[in-house]
Design a protein around this ligand. Structure first.
Ligand code: HEM
Length: 497
């Protein structure tokens, strides 16, 4: 009868699954893949990812080891969860592991073939990185753009003062996002995109977060490339929508600049678009190169920086004494009045320790940006096979109790005792910006922005949670995407300290 038929069918399927799983375990051994959980037929280990893959994979790595292999659908994926193996991948085998594993959501409008963040580390990539470094991130260009940051930080200060006078709580992530958004748009195109609390801010936030969300979202079409055409979750369509909206904005700005250049009445603007148009008019880069590079810088720079500030403030509201210690340090260095100068950041060891501790516990990109092996890479007795996707789980090594005593506690003081550990890509236990040739080019700018924003928020204001909420009850959940955001926004009431 039907029940017996179902029982027989399910036991046949079960036997097949067990057979295929044990077969794949033998295949793993013969291919010398790093250890890992046995994959299910067809789907592999997809189900093990869960809604927070950085946490699930950290847990799996504790069982299978810091160099672990998985099958995500048809894609071999290697997960690295220790500083030693991160160093092996990002330093020893830097070149062989410097390409990107491309999510389907990035293939929209050929972004994967044009943009600096996703093309392989070839000569075109080197040229774009050099331009960015010279025009935006070198010490001299950063020093030259200090005035811009001062102006935007002043606006942040005024906004917080206004909320303080009105006894009104503010969304810290949103305030930090507005500041970074305007900083980025001013540096790139001499434009201010959004006012605090405005509709245009919400719109820009939606677009930037939309890109981050759909690019970071687990996508069946990535695990089974055969499904790309069908786009079963609609991720490609959504991603295209957000990419188009950003590129339209950049296109309009570039058109205007080219028109005013052609008419000879262009006023002298010293921003990134002008610098890029010089390269364009010398035929060194194309218009598409400019558009997609602007998109990279804009998206990569805003959410990451603002999210870091929100996490730092979240930790500090739970540790008020540490917040006061920062305030005291700031007052010692800059006094009661005046703004922090960028040259003074290096004289703030405690604030710097707080930033490091925030990066340790809340790295903005928990898997960096996924790398890909360009060739078979031998590590100890294992092989990371050509085309494998490589995830460096910096979230996991940041919370590893074998590396960090009291790993789950927020203790900036640990970096006062070991202040030689920094996040510039040489100390592999702390690499929130990555390391090696693909390290985040925006690191020097992000370093300044995060310190400056925290100093602006903390020196002149005390903070408390609204609605009688207790700090120890604060929700610390994370929202996984390409960047790791706080799931529930942090709303705080500013006060006179
Ligand atoms: C790449 C982190 C801010 C632009 C990356 C990567 C990480 C990262 C982990 C990938 C590294 C790798 O592949 O190994 C961060 C964090 C930031 C931040 C934590 C702030 C707290 C910025 C800023 C900009 C920027 C302010 C630019 C204005 C980029 C670009 C790439 C990148 C263009 C791609 C580079 C390439 O593939 O060659 N970032 N970033 N980032 N970041 Fe950042």
């Amino acid at each position: 009868d039907f029940i017996t038929f179902l029982l027989v069918l399910s036991s046949i399927l079960w036997t097949c699954a067990v057979y295929l799983t044990s077969k794949s375990s033998k295949t793993r051994k013969s291919a010398r893949l790093p250890p890992g959980p046995n994959p299910w037929p067809i789907i592999g280990n997809i189900l093990e990812l869960g809604p927070k893959p950085h946490q699930s994979l950290a847990k799996l790595s504790r069982k299978h080891g810091p160099l672990m292999s998985l099958k995500l659908g048809s894609i071999t994926t290697v997960v690295v969860s220790s500083p030693e193996f991160a160093k092996t991948i990002l330093q020893t085998h830097d070149l062989a592991c410097s390409s990107r594993s491309i999510p389907h959501a990035i293939e929209v409008l050929n972004h994967d073939k044009i943009s600096m963040a996703w093309i392989p580390a070839n000569s075109k990539w080197r040229k774009l990185r050099r331009i960015c470094k010279e025009q935006m991130f070198s010490v001299s260009s950063l020093d030259a753009s200090q005035g811009l940051r001062k102006e935007k930080l002043q606006k942040l200060h005024e906004y917080v003062s206004g909320c303080c006078k009105a006894g009104q709580a503010l969304n810290i992530g949103e305030a930090a996002f507005t500041t970074t958004l305007n900083l980025m748009s001013a540096t790139l195109f001499s434009v201010e995109f959004a006012q605090f609390g405005s509709d245009s801010l919400q719109e820009m936030k939606d677009v930037v977060w939309g890109v981050m969300k759909y690019v970071g979202m687990p996508n069946l079409a990535d695990y089974f490339p055969i499904l790309k055409r069908a786009d079963p979750q609609g991720i490609f369509r959504q991603s295209k929508f957000y990419f188009e909206r950003l590129l339209e904005i950049f296109d309009r700005i570039i058109d205007e600049r080219l028109e005013s250049r052609a008419s000879g009445v262009s006023e002298e603007k010293k921003d990134m678009v002008e610098a890029l148009l010089d390269f364009y008019q010398r035929d060194e880069i194309s218009r598409d190169d400019i558009n997609h590079l602007l998109l990279n810088l804009f998206v990569a720079g805003t959410d990451t920086t603002a999210g870091t500030v929100e996490w730092a403030m979240t930790e500090l509201i739970r540790h008020p004494k540490k917040m006061s210690r920062i305030r005291d340090e700031l007052r010692d260095i800059i006094g009661e009045n005046g703004q922090l100068q960028e040259s003074e950041i290096s004289r703030l060891p405690y604030l710097h320790a707080v930033v490091k501790e925030t990066f340790r516990l809340h790295p903005a990109a928990p898997f960096l940006v996924p790398h890909k092996a360009e060739a078979d890479v031998e590590i100890d007795c294992y092989v990371v096979p050509k085309n494998a996707k490589i995830l460096v789980n910096v979230w996991a090594s940041g919370r590893d109790p074998n590396i960090w005593p009291d790993a789950d506690l927020f203790m900036p003081e640990r970096f006062l005792d070991h202040n030689e550990i920094d996040y510039r890509g040489n100390d592999f236990e702390l690499i929130p910006f990555g390391a090696g040739r693909r390290i985040c080019p925006g690191l020097p700018l992000a370093h300044r922005m995060v310190h400056l924003m925290l100093a602006t928020l903390i020196r002149d204001f005390g903070w408390k949670l609204g609605n009688g909420q207790k700090a120890e009850e604060l929700d610390m959940s994370e929202k996984f995407g390409l960047s790791l955001q706080k799931a529930i926004p942090l709303n705080l009431l500013p006060m006179k300290p």
